[in-house]
Design a protein around this ligand. Structure first.
Ligand code: ADP
Ligand code: MG
Length: 261
């Protein structure tokens, strides 16, 4: 079953060069799908289209075989959660208040959150290792703490599909691994469908079922990590020499940069 089906979509922000051209792929229900590619290749734009922040100029995106444009916004909010690349929070909400906002698509107009909402929010704080921050103002967190809290809010939404734009950008190595492990666990245990943009090809290779490689707005490669993360593909996409072997513990592709002397 396809969770998302992307059919020949093209998109441009203004007149001029298309940001995405003729992109087609699907994401299976319960799949962990990663998007990789150079800066400016259109990864964030594609995630915004999957969350219907923007609508394709041509082509269609289907959620459960129905065009994304036909869904009421409230239903999309219950089914798809989006963690953008940079989340600025201006107002000093507490961490718990912010994570409780993730419950609002489920609250059906209620003014106050239910006991169940609080339980879910607190569980997601624990899962993202931010429980100790529950009563801190969000404006006073470090970049990495804020990133984990924003992920907790998206998880509190209990979506079917989680869209993540560089979730590990601000995280130290322990928390990078932790966030990917938490998300992979939800993916495997609860069937959460994940579409993640990641610059870290090794993490993408270790956690993804498939990877799509975007280059200048087109899908240049699509397949399993082993199919996509080859020395030839990476050299041609990033113009960089790498060595690809197998991670000794996980057997997933391991990409090592070859420094030029
Ligand atoms: P990536 O996430 O792969 O780095 P983006 O999707 O952010 O790439 O950007 C793709 C292209 O679209 C870039 O050329 C970028 O400058 C342009 N772009 C991104 N956001 C906007 C915007 N809001 N308005 C105009 N152009 C944009
Ligand atoms: Mg981006």
């Amino acid at each position: 079953m396809h969770a998302l089906t992307v059919n020949q979509i093209s998109f441009n922000y203004r007149d001029g060069i298309p940001t995405l051209r003729d992109v087609s792929f699907h994401v299976e229900k319960g799949e962990f799908f990663s998007l990789a590619g150079p800066n400016g290749s259109g990864k964030s734009t594609l995630l915004r289209l999957l969350d219907r922040i923007y609508v394709p100029r041509s082509g269609t995106i289907l959620l459960d075989n129905k065009n994304l444009t036909e869904y009421p916004r409230s239903e999309l909010a219950r089914r798809i959660a989006f963690v953008p690349q940079d989340t600025a929070v201006q107002f000093p909400f507490t961490v718990l208040e912010l994570v409780l906002m993730g419950r609002s698509p489920h609250s059906r107009g209620a003014m106050f959150e239910s006991e169940h909402d609080r339980t879910v929010a607190l569980e997601m704080l624990e899962r993202t290792d931010t429980g100790h921050l529950a009563h801190h103002p969000v404006t006073m967190l470090s970049g990495g703490e804020r990133q984990r809290v924003v992920i907790a809010r998206a998880l509190a939404q209990q979506p079917e599909i989680l869209l993540l734009d560089e979730p590990n950008a601000h995280l130290d190595i322990a928390h990078q691994l932790e966030i990917f492990t938490i998300i992979k666990k939800l993916n495997e245990e609860s069937g959460l469908t994940v579409v993640s943009v990641s610059h870290d090809l090794n993490l993408a290779g270790a956690y993804s079922n498939r990877i799509g490689m975007l280059v200048c707005g087109s899908l240049a490669a699509l397949g399993t990590p082993g199919d996509v993360l080859t020395e030839a593909n990476i050299r041609s996409v990033f113009q960089t020499n790498v060595l690809v072997d197998r991670h000794p513990a996980t057997q997933s592709p391991r990409v090592t940069l070859l420094t030029s002397q």
